[in-house]
Design a protein around this ligand. Structure first.
Ligand code: BDR
Ligand code: CA
Length: 311
């Protein structure tokens, strides 16, 4: 079983990514770390607790991480995700509480506590915690098995500004630290997630599944989807974060290339834009497996199969 830590800012699509991981016997979820992103960190930690309670997994710890980006003011996205960040289902206030240890220290200690190259970190929000962890404990860069991150864009440009994807835009300095860290990295950008759409028939399929997790997932997507449908005018809303877990479970459903990826930290207009050297026109080192496409039907079937296994 592959050991993973999920660093997240739930987020309806984060919640479904977490559910997918919890439902998958191939993965051993060591803990959830929350970060300021879609909503402030106290709320993302509470949301992480809600998801674990819903899935009956109170045994997995939640650690609250950084409350703000490395060197900028927080950017939130309540206009997409609602006031709680996870609007849609009426979930009870969680009784599970975040653990006392800070999320950055949990990342460091957990990576160090296991044999080298046996812990993978999945980031579903701004990369603040992982960047801080690698600054505080540079040895984790050579110990971690891999980092798998939802973030960035090549041909799809941006979703929060014309030129940047939200997670990169919210903390480009953190992304810059991670991209230069030499940690093995898989990036799951908008180019992939904009091909994984929750169409009306797919949402009906999800609604037809039994179980409170699938039910909550359907209500979440019903909520966040409305905003995206109006924004894009497509026949479905993109489902971003589950693509990361999907890649861990079934990499053959994806295509991509080892390339250099750099992120813009200086220009206000281009803040968080990813410069992806797809054609290898620079001599910058390859620092990421940058995914470009996904077998959307295959990934959706996998997601349905797995969500149907949850309570
Ligand atoms: C990313 O931004 C967040 O709003 C989503 O949860 C996802 O992680 C997509 O740009
Ligand atoms: Ca997210």
């Amino acid at each position: 079983r592959r050991r993973i830590i999920i660093d997240t800012d739930p987020g309806q699509d984060d919640a479904i990514a977490i559910m997918l991981a919890l439902a998958s016997p191939e993965l051993d979820v060591l803990g959830l770390v929350s970060v300021a992103g879609n909503v402030p960190v106290r709320q993302t930690a509470a949301n992480a607790c809600k998801i674990l309670e819903l899935a009956g997994r109170r045994d997995i710890p939640v650690h609250a991480g950084c409350a703000r980006p490395v060197r900028r003011d927080p950017v939130t996205a309540e206009h997409v995700h609602g006031q709680t960040g996870m609007d849609g289902p009426a979930l009870p206030e969680p009784t599970l509480r975040p653990a006392a240890q800070h999320g950055v220290d949990f990342l460091i200690d957990t990576i160090r506590a296991h044999p080298d190259h046996t812990v993978t970190v999945v980031t579903l929000g701004p990369m603040t915690n992982l960047a801080m962890a690698v600054i505080k404990a540079p040895d984790i860069a050579t110990r971690v098995e891999r980092v798998v991150s939802m973030g960035g864009a090549y041909a799809e440009c941006g979703n929060i500004t014309p030129s940047a994807e939200f997670n990169m835009f919210a903390d480009p300095d953190a992304a810059d630290i991670v991209l230069r860290s030499r940690m093995p990295l898989t990036l799951v950008p908008l180019d992939v997630t904009h091909r994984f759409l929750v169409t009306a028939p797919r949402l009906d399929q999800l609604r037809a599944l039994r179980g409170q997790c699938a039910g909550a997932a359907a209500e979440m997507l019903g909520f966040s989807g409305r905003f995206d449908l109006a924004k894009y005018g497509w026949d479905g809303a993109p489902l971003h974060d589950p693509c990361t877990i999907g890649w861990l479970l079934a990499p053959d459903l994806f295509t991509g290339r080892e390339v250099n990826v750099a992120v813009e930290v200086a220009s206000p207009l281009m803040q968080g834009a990813t410069a992806v050297d797809w054609w290898h026109v620079t001599d910058r080192p390859r620092n990421a497996l940058f995914l470009r496409d996904v077998d959307s039907d295959g990934l959706w079937s996998l997601l349905m199969d797995r969500l149907s296994r949850l309570p």
